[in-house]
Design a protein around this ligand. Structure first.
Ligand SMILES: Cc1ncc(COP(=O)(O)O)c(C=O)c1O
Length: 436
């Protein structure tokens, strides 16, 4: 038996059935440098999913590895009962980057916990357990965050501490408003928001939570300005806006540092995770001092912002800013999107190629140009892997390809990835019959 099949058998014996693996023959990635990773059987791949958008700068970056090593030699962990200099410095940087006036930062170990904390702040400050969320959203795997996740495939339970109403907006390709132009689409979503507030809530809603670009939902991108128009309605009711930047933060969208900035708003809270630690478990929430300090009881996160993860995250963030990786995301992302849009949209199995910066989604459809085709997505993933390229998938129906390399990716690497992707899409266009 090969290294992978042996490990797969052990994996199935001791881990939950619902912990999904990619590929018919799942792989283990054991080392990486730059944008390249190597599996346990010695095969090399260009990684264009980056541990779910989490290896933000690069694999094996000496600046980050060095910071982790030197912190590990001195002190791994102390808890937030003691002062932690790297955590304070990181909080200072994130507060000033956030765009939220007088901001404070609370660190957690996952995006789920970050959103959980944001829900706690909003519901406590507004004394209301009502929350608005978007259809096709994903915000985490705890009870509150599953409660605001508008995707049945990721909602294992209906139990929720929140009363949640879902609004339209994030996923235009399958929206009833899809044929409207941008302005009319925004107006229809705003009218729906008002209607949902008036008809399904008692008005005193705590907050609306939204991903500026829906990640798990298939890199679904609403028109710029949508959330600005929605926020005008939210303001009428005093409803707070929480921007879930777990996938869109740190310049990944190229045009902006945060996804919310495409909408002309300042959120009341921002949640972040994934990319900040380049793989170290660090996440958190930023909010104004007034909102952050509204809790009357004490709270703690034993691991949140500990010396090791904060030192690594600081080095990672410094590298990102010093090397203008946002600018690189814009430049390389545009190049890749142009190549993919030009070629892939001619294929019958492709319903749409969409993207901003280094977040590019490809919606695969059946022969009618609309029915979701998850079988095609699964085959493209396999074919890309055979050609030495790792990508992800997602979407409400599992029919969207997700392309999101580390932000340091080069034009040459983007071209290699585009070649592999287009060849794989070409195979599938010929072979795969409609899924339904
Ligand atoms: C937008 C968004 N929010 C929250 C989460 C939850 O983050 P975590 O898996 O770190 O708990 C995710 C994870 O994919 C996400 O994409």
């Amino acid at each position: 038996m090969g290294a992978h099949s042996d490990l797969l058998e052990r994996h199935h014996a001791v881990t939950p059935r619902w912990l999904g693996l990619l590929y018919e023959e799942p792989i283990e990635l054991v080392s990486g440098a730059g944008r390249t990773v190597v599996d346990a059987e010695g095969r090399e791949y260009l990684d264009f999913f980056a541990g779910i958008l989490t290896t933000m700068t690069a694999y094996g970056l000496p600046e980050v590895v060095g910071a982790i090593q030197s912190q590990a030699e001195r002190m791994l962990h102390t808890s937030t009962l003691y002062l932690i200099e790297p955590m304070v410095e990181l909080a200072e940087q994130i507060a000033s980057l956030s765009g939220i006036p007088n901001a404070k930062v609370f660190f957690t170990t996952s995006g789920t916990e970050a959103n959980e904390a944001a829900m706690l702040l909003a519901t406590t400050s507004r004394r209301s357990s009502q929350v608005l969320a978007l259809r096709n959203s994903y915000h985490g795997r705890s009870f509150a965050t599953m409660g605001v996740t508008g995707n049945r495939g990721w909602s294992a339970s209906s139990l929720s501490p929140l009363q949640v109403s879902y609004v339209h907006g994030g996923y235009r390709f399958r929206s009833p408003f899809r044929d409207l132009d941008d302005d009319a689409y925004i107006a229809a979503c705003v009218a729906d928001l008002r209607d949902v507030i008036e008809s399904t809530t008692s008005g005193d809603v705590a907050c609306m939570i939204a991903e500026p670009i829906q990640g798990v939902g298939g890199f679904a991108i609403p028109p710029d300005g949508l959330f600005g128009a929605m926020q005008e309605v939210l303001d009428e009711y005093g409803i707070l806006f929480v921007s879930d930047e777990v996938q869109t933060g740190w310049g990944r969208t190229g045009e902006h540092f945060w996804g919310y900035q495409a909408h002309g708003i300042t959120p009341d809270a921002i949640t972040f995770a994934k990319g900040l630690g380049n793989g170290l478990p660090i996440a958190g929430v930023v909010a104004s001092a007034e909102l952050m300090d509204c809790l009357q009881a004490s709270s703690i996160s034993t691991f949140g912002g500990n010396p090791l993860v904060s030192a690594g995250a600081l080095a990672n963030l410094r590298y990102l800013l010093d090397h203008d990786l946002q600018g690189n995301a814009l430049r390389v992302g545009r190049h890749l999107l142009d190549r993919l849009q030009g070629a892939a949209e001619k294929l019958d199995c492709v319903g749409e190629v969409r993207g901003k910066g280094l977040m590019i989604g490809i919606e695969l459809v059946a022969e009618d140009g609309m029915a979701p085709n998850p079988a095609a997505a699964a085959v493209v993933l396999e074919r890309c892997r055979e050609r030495g390229l790792l990508i992800g998938k997602g979407g409400l129906y599992g029919n969207c390809l997700r392309i999101a390399p580390p932000l340091s990716v080069t034009i040459a690497e983007a071209d290699r990835a585009a070649d592999a992707l287009l060849e794989s899409l070409g195979d599938v266009n010929r072979e795969v019959r409609p899924a339904r």
